[in-house]
Design a protein around this ligand. Structure first.
Ligand SMILES: [Mn+2]
Length: 489
């Protein structure tokens, strides 16, 4: 249960940040102009004596003083920001406002959020280390429940609950209690707390979480080192938050969201990164897959629609992370899916995946079309989500981005009435044969119920071809990628 429940005043304790300013102080001159703040990693570091006092305290508000180490890494999209502006003005500010409390750690070059946070950890000295985006605000009593949970078990990584500060009005908006999940591309998202948490009926109880959004987490400092920090081989950001969640669970610890502890975050209108952030996230995701996911790594390759081999994505050297996994004697990823993230759909019955092309119109790909339509269609190939096809060991043919924890992709069905292939939620199609297709690579696609073939015909429609069901004429299909080892489950 919560103690020191902050109920009297929902407004942030600290100064509300001025979003136009690089620093959290209205009235300060803007350092960076309209592009928002630099990526500053704050390592908030409550001294032990304060930690003891605060955990024993019955006060309704936290006044835990912070030792902060701040490492500054200007984001690569702001090369026009003179580095000088991040020196003198920042130091003047923190020395005046937090005399003797703030260490500033400077990286020699732009390292990205992940390595910047590791540098902040190296400079920290107290028993517990918190990692926060620079644009968060702490609400009253946020620290005490966090520290109490770590004091009980130092292998817990604690996530204060995230609320939102509206960027336009600076109003505080409370978010629903959530766990933090992710999809197979390893993009994070809020998910419903586990059923057990709801069943127990205590909305102040810690919420088991498979991973973290990443803007706010607190961890025992020495334990974090033993656990292997964040993966320093990852670039920029994206995936490190998922990796830490997987690793702490697999290697003997846990991760939880605390409803009693609340930190508010300003979502940026525009993230200060290049538009090709997916380039880095994809690379980082492959590191996670290769180090931690065992046979389930195929799900990550599938979600990103890249081949299992010769994919050309340089994810760097993972030997040290593999050695860490062995040294910590971590569990299997399947254990994690079974026990920590059962909501996650598994796609290990996939045989082929990727764009689906027909031999007579190979510039077009099968496409789910408009989501509200219930027929599969054809579209010039681009390989993104709506064209992500998947043929399974059950003979089912799916189309669309992976469902992960939500509604799954739809599969192709021959309803034995329409000339057009239907897209249906596969679980709801009771006639198994209608959703079963006989297929092997570069062969025809034959429906199990009707014996009709999936083929394309010239037609007066967009892109000149229509996808139809008709008596087989020998057209062949190819699906871009093949999983090396399809598992039969
Ligand atoms: Mn943020």
């Amino acid at each position: 249960m919560c103690f020191l429940l902050p109920e009297e005043d929902p407004t942030p304790l600290l100064d509300v940040p001025d979003p136009a300013s690089g620093l959290h102080h209205p009235g300060q001159p803007s350092l960076l102009g309209p592009n928002g703040p630099p990526s500053i990693t704050s390592t908030a570091d409550p001294p032990q004596e304060r930690r003891r006092r605060s955990t024993e305290s019955s006060r309704g508000r936290s006044d835990v003083s912070m030792m902060m180490s701040v490492s500054v890494t200007p984001p690569p999209s702001l090369p026009h920001v003179p580095l000088e502006q991040l020196k003198g003005p920042l130091e003047d500010y923190v020395n005046k406002r937090y005399p003797g409390l703030v260490k500033i750690v400077r990286n020699q070059k732009r390292e990205g959020l992940i390595r910047a946070r590791i540098e902040g950890w190296k400079a920290a000295t107290a028993e517990v280390t918190g990692f926060f985006d620079a644009h968060v605000e702490f609400t009253p009593s946020w620290a005490e429940p966090v520290l109490a949970r770590i004091k009980e078990d130092r292998r817990r990584i604690i996530l204060p609950s995230i609320d939102n500060i509206r960027h336009d009005t600076l109003e505080l908006e409370r978010y629903e209690n959530s766990a933090h999940g992710y999809n197979w591309e390893l993009w994070c998202m809020y998910i419903n707390p586990p059923r057990q948490w709801w069943d127990e009926g205590d909305t102040s109880a810690p919420i088991r979480t498979p991973a973290m959004i990443g803007c706010s987490f607190v961890v025992h400092r020495v334990y974090f080192g033993e656990l292997g920090l964040l993966d320093p081989g990852m670039d920029v950001y994206g995936g490190e938050n998922i990796e830490l969640g997987i690793r702490v669970w697999l290697c003997g610890g846990s991760m939880e969201v605390l409803p009693c502890s609340r930190v508010a975050h300003i979502a940026r209108v525009k993230k200060p990164y290049h538009s090709n952030i997916a380039f880095h996230t994809r690379r980082n995701a492959l590191r996670v897959a290769e180090v931690w996911m065992d046979e389930y790594k195929t799900n990550v390759y599938l979600a990103w629609n890249i081949p299992m081999e010769n994919h050309g994505v340089d994810y760097g050297d993972i030997s040290e992370r593999l050695a860490l996994r062995r040294a910590l004697q971590c569990r299997s990823f399947e254990w994690y899916l079974d026990n920590v993230y059962p909501e996650m759909r598994r796609y290990n019955t996939t045989i082929h995946y990727g764009e689906i092309r027909n031999s007579v119109a190979s510039h077009l790909c099968m496409d789910q079309g408009a989501k509200e339509n219930h027929t599969a269609t054809l579209h010039p190939c681009h390989g993104w989500g709506p064209q992500l096809g998947r043929y399974t060991t059950e003979g089912q043919l799916y189309l669309g981005p992976l469902g992960s924890t939500g509604e799954d992709t739809r599969c192709l069905v021959d309803d034995q009435t329409s000339r057009l292939p239907q897209l249906r939620h596969c679980d709801k199609v009771s006639n198994v044969k209608q959703k079963t297709w006989l297929f092997s690579q570069n062969e025809s696609m034959v429906n199990g119920a009707s014996g009709r073939c999936l083929e394309v015909v010239p037609a007066n429609v967009n892109f000149g071809h229509l996808l139809v069901l008709q008596p087989c004429t020998g057209q062949r299909w190819a699906i871009k990628n093949t999983m090396r080892q399809p598992l039969v489950t």
